[in-house]
Design a binder for this molecule. Sequence first.
Ligand SMILES: [Zn+2]
Ligand SMILES: [Zn+2]
Ligand SMILES: [Zn+2]
Length: 309
Amino acid sequence: MISNSSMYPPSHAKCDHEPSLLQVPAETQKRKVQSFNIRTEFKAMHDMAELRVGAEAVRFVIHRNILTHHSTFFRAALNGAFAEGLSQTVTLPTESLDTFELFLHWAYTCTLDPKAYFKDAKPAYYVLLHLYGLADRLAVEGLRNLVLDTISSLADQTNSVLTPSDTFILYDTIPSSAPIRRLVLDLFAFKKTDKLLDEHPDEWHPQFTRDLVVKLKRPEEVAMQRHTLITWKPEHWQESMGCAICSEVLHPYGNHVGCSGCEKKFCNRCAKAKRALCVFEDGRVVCKPWNGKVRCRIYHEHVETAECP
Ligand SMILES: [Zn+2]
Ligand SMILES: [Zn+2]
Ligand SMILES: [Zn+2]
């Protein structure tokens, strides 16, 4: 575990060009918490809860409904018969004040402030990773999904990935089962990151490099899940193509499988295997697992929150 102070260095995130849009679209941010409408429910929000955050125990007085709506943790603490429930006070001594304030901003608005995670013309992934860690500890599924979406969008819009120090936050403070772990490995596997991994002067988290090697060596479901597969059959021999995985010629005398997104074709055997190697692909249209509707299926959690449309 790296020390808390070293988790907040100036970001070294690779950034090739200025992004045109740094904010996740508003409809993406707001759809996560569909059953709560602050405009209509605010008038019924009379009860307050007190939170004491960080080593200095900074005091926040927050609408109780906001906390219990979003967070299983606060529901258990504030609705229970324990000291927290009786006093309506919860202490979070090890949480960072900055990260907690980002959570509060999201809890009231269902949006993230891009200025918080894009600093000095670079993505500050460490801010989002700390927020994901807090959302995990407070059991806030909607925020975890939104942070994952925001990291996906930032990575594409700025053509960047996490820095070595970010991988320490990811591996030392976020559980191994968290979908964000898979997303980050996929970003490195499907984006062109060989030079970055080879030449970056800082150390990557050792478990991260091990996981990445395994991901690149072993056929993975995500490499097929990212496609939108449909039945495909060439009309003539001139239209026949090779399977994108095994190169078998796909003739006009049978049904094969194609992707309606990137137009890759597959033989039935490879499509049924549902696994392929994760590799960087250069091309006009490339299916990335974190783009479009497949992102929900591959990475989102929807136990507490409504499915994405
Ligand atoms: Zn595809
Ligand atoms: Zn094949
Ligand atoms: Zn979803």
